[in-house]
Design a protein around this ligand. Structure first.
Ligand SMILES: [Fe+2]
Length: 184
């Protein structure tokens, strides 16, 4: 998974990409889960989810009923890095639970420890742009990838963004499909 992820990211020809890759390698990105309790709550869940979003997004762009032109670089950056905000975000804690023999065991579980409390999509954009430039389309697509799971006060802004950048809507759809069809 890590190799496939890095192989794709190295295809991006943009100033600063090497520094961004070095930063990602220093974080827990490749070990992190995709969530604490629900989808992809396991070691490596985040990288697995990100690669699945890439696969689905690529398919969606190529087969979109409304023809859209998107550079491969954008698909790679958006899909692989939309959730980079979850790097260094989870930690493992332990709780006591009785096992089937009635003996207390220490059971690990994920909890959130947000070291960069800047939001979600907006945080991913901020973290990426500390290393490389993103196009407006890439920024909007990452910023609004959570779509209508954002607070309802954002709905009209999201609607305007999706009209302006159809790719952003496809990213949200790909994220949902990766989460509910594949993350276990
Ligand atoms: Fe996300």
């Amino acid at each position: 998974m890590e190799e496939k992820f890095l192989e794709l990211l190295k295809q991006v020809n943009r100033e600063g990409i090497e520094d961004l890759i070095a930063f990602i390698k220093k974080t827990d990105f490749f070990k992190a889960p995709a969530s604490t309790r629900f989808h992809g709550s396991k070691e490596g869940g985040l990288v697995e989810h990100s690669l699945k979003v890439y696969e689905i997004l690529k398919y969606k762009v190529e087969n979109c009923i409304e023809k859209i032109e998107v550079p491969e670089e954008s698909i790679i950056l958006i899909a692989l890095l939309h959730d980079i905000c979850k790097a260094n975000f989870y930690k493992v804690e332990y709780r006591n639970r009785k096992n089937e023999l009635g003996v207390w065991d220490k059971v690990p579980f994920y909890t959130i420890d947000d070291t960069i409390p800047y939001g979600h999509g907006e945080k991913s954009v901020m973290m990426i742009t500390e290393y490389i430039k993103l196009t407006p389309e890439e920024k909007y697509a990452i910023r609004w990838h959570m779509g209508f799971t954002e607070p309802k006060e954002h709905y009209s802004t999201i609607g305007v963004a999706y009209t302006k950048y159809p790719l952003a809507l496809l990213v949200h759809e790909a994220d949902l499909e990766a989460t509910y069809f594949y993350d276990t």
